[in-house]
Design a protein around this ligand. Structure first.
Ligand SMILES: [Zn+2]
Ligand SMILES: [Zn+2]
Length: 335
């Protein structure tokens, strides 16, 4: 919404831009239910110019054109697994690399809608390969697609051999649609839990601290993490050994990490499309809630659609007071 500055316990922070504050968690997490607000929230989060719609479209596209046939996937073979890896590599390189070039190489948007204008880290002592962007690029392009491909291959093999319960759209259209609608919520709940565990003692020091070397974030930061954290992140598809699903569900689940992480770490609130005007189109990819987590790492460990931060007293609404809203914010940490 505007530039803001406030003291904090650790260092002075000045945001270049914030969305409208205070941040509020999704209306479906609050009692009594407000059907109008819930409907508005759901409609807004599933609109075309949103990451969720993009991830769903990519999932359908992969299933239609880039999925190995069940006959090939019956046994683990390097040929089809290589194709899956290559497709995942290209996808993440296009999304993270494309956004990085747009925002930070070509500077097409300048600092418009950028949360934090501090430069990326340059310390040779802190980062692998000499600086933050190089480390981020390496971790995003080398371990992440390999681990993502490992879980996807396991599920494709399991579907092909009947080890994971599968459905088709024609046999079960209601569950097909309901499960698709549940997946974003499952994804953020899963992230909230495993991310919170990664903040505990040795898990933080040895594993998750790699991700938090990104004090300020860019598109390559989303998947910049210790490979053990990649395993934790992508393993939520193991749920599909228990819950009947279609491969599109598996792809949609994986996209929340493979593409969702780069999309939510751009450091910008939106991608401005077309010529500048008062009604300029925006691709809404910002995640200010998580940007706060990269500054105040004890807060906002989930997302705005997860109840855990509010329940456990770690919700930060982005205002200088932290607990600016009485509804269910508990933290007093200041930004
Ligand atoms: Zn992050
Ligand atoms: Zn964290």
């Amino acid at each position: 919404m505007s530039a803001s500055s406030a003291p904090t316990g650790r260092s002075a922070v000045r945001w270049n831009y914030t969305p409208e504050l205070p941040l509020r968690s999704a209306p479906f997490l609050h009692w009594p239910p407000r059907p109008g607000a819930i409907a508005k929230h759901l409609a807004r989060t599933w609109l075309p110019l949103r990451p969720r719609f993009l991830m769903l479209a990519v999932s359908f596209g992969i299933w239609a054109w880039f999925m190995p046939s069940p006959e090939r996937a019956k046994s683990f073979q390097l040929g089809w697994m290589f194709e899956v890896w290559l497709r995942n590599l290209v996808l993440v390189a296009l999304v993270a690399g494309g956004l990085h070039v747009w925002y930070y190489t070509l500077r097409r948007q300048g600092d418009s809608l950028r949360y934090d204008t501090r430069p990326f880290g340059q310390s040779k002592r802190v980062f692998l390969l000499g600086n933050q962007v190089r480390e981020n690029t390496f971790l995003t392009l080398v371990p992440a697609p390999l681990i993502w491909t490992g879980f996807e291959s396991l599920l494709l093999w399991a579907y092909a051999n009947g080890h994971a319960p599968s459905i088709s759209f024609s046999d079960n259209p209601v569950w097909f649609a309901v499960f698709l609608a549940i997946i974003p919520w499952w994804s953020i709940l899963y992230f909230s839990v495993h991310h919170r565990l990664l903040h505990l003692g040795p898990a933080y020091r040895r594993i998750h601290s790699w991700h938090h070397r990104n004090v300020n974030v860019g598109p390559w930061s989303g998947l910049s993490m210790h490979p053990i954290e990649h395993i934790a992140l992508f393993s939520d598809v193991l749920l599909l050994f228990l819950v009947p699903s279609h491969p599109i569900h598996m792809y949609f689940m994986s996209m929340h990490h493979g593409l969702g992480a780069p999309l939510s770490h751009t450091g910008y609130d939106a991608l401005l499309l077309g010529p500048s005007s008062r009604r300029q189109a925006r691709f809404e990819l910002g995640d200010f809630h998580h940007q706060i987590h990269h500054k105040l790492f004890k807060y906002n460990m989930g997302g705005l659609e997860s109840p855990l931060d509010e329940l456990l007293g770690t919700f930060h609404d982005g205002t200088p007071q932290g607990a600016g809203q009485p509804h269910r914010s508990h933290t007093s940490a200041k930004l």
